[in-house]
Design a protein around this ligand. Structure first.
Ligand code: KG4
Ligand code: ZN
Length: 340
């Protein structure tokens, strides 16, 4: 029996991006749309949760409508609605959850709660050149930095994570110290292009001891102290920070690949858009005879396509609960998920 064609709608609303994706079991990703709230939060220098929720509410239905229009589909063509249930901002998550569960109830189809970090982790599988299981995943976003042993979809073991700031957060905070805009990561990376990599040497935290945990809060302090001494050398400080952060990530990825004896590394989450990080990891993988896989640039940061994909796997495996209660999980570890 050939499996039934399934179309999954994905809704992302965990932070400051409203994302919609439509994934079809036989055609792959058929539409995706994104509305970024960065302009709203920029004047506050960071995400304001209440403003985020209010804006998701405004954007989500028009984005679903235009994604369906793009894919030339009707609501009645959808077989399941996946939404980010966590981790993330509670009010923002409630928007996606309420919309998804209400639509699913009225259409009499399943609603599927998706873990945001699993969405990031699976995003490289939207590309044609896909990694094979098992692999090591480095997840680097604004809220998380972790290394994961990915045995198969849903079977995850966290090998190490940040004991303080996430690396994206350290990029953002360092950018703020240097007076760059919000979000700081891309702005800092842009400025670092003009910097001299030999001017300052920042530490590579926690690389001189065994283990796969990270610590990034010290780098930001290092940047602050250097900046107060040399306020005219912003680009060199940005470069020193970027080199230290990316080399620290590279050292731990190498350690994880060697420890597990795996030959594929998946890198996902907002910071995986960083080109210096990619080149550092590609060089390391080349030397090891391994390969690194990334999402396309637009799917590194938050998006609806990755949620539609993660939802598609759960829907195909009939892994969802029929509960119509609007539930969210603002804290939700990858290790709590079920294997498919
Ligand atoms: O995955 P994401 O969109 O949101 C979370 O789930 O947190 O990641 C956002 C983070 C921000 O900290 C942002 O500054 C960082 O990713 N980021 C970058 C770059 N692009 C985004 N950091 C460094 N270099 C970049 N090119
Ligand atoms: Zn994210």
């Amino acid at each position: 029996m050939t499996p039934r064609k399934l179309i999954t709608l994905g809704i992302e609303s965990s932070c400051d991006e409203t994302g919609i994706g439509l994934f079809c079991s036989d055609r792959g990703l058929i539409a995706h749309q994104l509305y970024s709230q960065t302009d709203i939060h920029a004047e506050y220098g960071g995400v304001v949760p209440e403003l985020a929720s209010r804006d998701h509410i405004r954007r989500v239905i028009p984005l679903i409508k235009s994604s369906l229009l793009d894919a030339k589909l009707h609501l009645s063509d959808i077989n399941g609605i996946a939404y980010t249930a966590g981790p993330g901002l509670a009010g923002a998550l409630l928007v996606g959850s309420a919309i998804a569960r209400s639509m699913a109830w009225s259409l009499n189809i399943p609603a599927i709660s998706v873990n945001h970090m699993e969405g990031h982790l699976l995003a490289p599988l939207l590309e044609e050149d896909r990694p094979e299981f098992p692999f090591v995943a480095l997840l680097v976003s604004g809220g998380h930095t972790m290394l994961v042993d990915v045995h198969s979809i849903g079977k995850y073991k966290i090998l190490g994570e940040s004991v303080d700031d996430a690396v994206g957060e350290a990029f953002d905070k360092t950018a703020k110290i240097l007076g760059l805009g919000y979000p700081g990561g891309p702005a800092l990376a842009e400025l670092a292009k003009k910097g001299d990599k030999n001017k300052y040497k920042f530490p590579r935290p926690m690389t001189d001891r065994p283990g796969l945990d990270f610590s990034f809060s010290g780098l930001k302090t290092y940047a602050r102290n250097t900046f107060s001494k040399y306020p005219d050398n912003k680009a060199d400080i940005a470069k020193a920070f970027e080199v230290a952060a990316t080399q620290t990530l590279m050292i731990k990825c190498r350690r994880a690949l060697e420890q597990l004896n795996y030959s594929s590394l998946v890198v996902a989450g907002g910071v995986s858009a960083n080109l210096s990080l990619r080149s550092e990891l590609d060089k390391m993988c080349n030397k090891l005879g391994a390969r690194a896989f990334y999402p396309r640039q637009e799917f590194c940061t938050d998006n609806g396509a990755m949620i539609a994909l993660a939802g598609h796997y759960r829907l195909s495996a009939e892994q969802f609960n029929d509960d119509s209660e609007i539930t969210i999980k603002p804290r939700w570890s990858l290790e709590e998920l079920n294997a498919i």
